[in-house]
Design a protein around this ligand. Structure first.
Ligand SMILES: [Zn+2]
Length: 201
């Protein structure tokens, strides 16, 4: 039986050592804001700051990124317009209302927001737990920082708009703690993992 194309492709990917179609050495550009390879910045809660950093220090990369983002947006727009064409006018109206936000009820917008808790590298040895999204739920970050500071004797600080960092790995504990302290947030907290093990920094 002959090998199918998929198998060949998989074997190629699993091969150890240099690959034929890659230029070596591979230069990885690490973001000065989130410390991850720039390909991963978009998954970072403070993505806007990553972009600012990139624009300042690597304008060429930044313009490439902008081009890619615009292309993706354009693709989405055209997919959407072809979808709209095939829909009844009634449906269209409904969707526009949802998008526009003005016709939106408060409960709806509440549902879409989430709180993210994750472990992030702080330096080669240390990590921090990053919580973002609290402000969207009407929680004063200054109050939250005090609450976390009391609970965790180590440093807790506001590190970005809508973002708090606590020194050390307290992710599992803080998720429980937030749910206990603000019970209404129990179902909107996302455990967004641990970024230490994914990247060698
Ligand atoms: Zn970044």
């Amino acid at each position: 039986m002959g090998e199918c194309e998929e198998d060949q492709e998989l074997r190629e990917r699993l091969k150890i050592g240099p690959q034929a179609n890659v230029d070596y050495p591979i230069n990885v550009l690490y973001c000065g804001n989130c410390k991850m390879p720039i390909e991963y910045c978009e998954f970072w809660p403070g993505y806007e700051k990553c972009k600012q950093w990139l624009e300042k220090f690597y304008p060429e990369e930044f313009s490439k990124l902008t081009l890619r983002e615009n292309a993706a947006m354009e693709a989405e727009r055209s997919a959407e317009s072809s979808r709209e064409k095939s829909e009844s006018p009634d449906k269209k109206d409904k969707r526009r209302q949802r998008r526009g936000g003005k016709g939106q009820k408060k409960e709806d917008s509440f549902k879409e927001k989430r709180i993210s808790v994750m472990i992030a590298p702080r330096s080669r040895r240390k990590v921090e737990t990053v919580i973002s999204g609290l402000e969207d739920f009407g929680i004063d970050l200054k109050v939250a920082v005090k609450v976390f500071g009391t609970k965790y004797a180590c440093g807790s600080s506001i590190t970005d708009e809508n973002e708090i960092s606590i020194q050390g790995n307290v992710k599992a504990d803080v998720i429980e703690f937030i749910a206990h302290k603000w019970p209404e947030l129990k179902d909107v907290i996302d455990d967004n993992g641990d970024y230490r093990n994914t990247f060698n920094i």
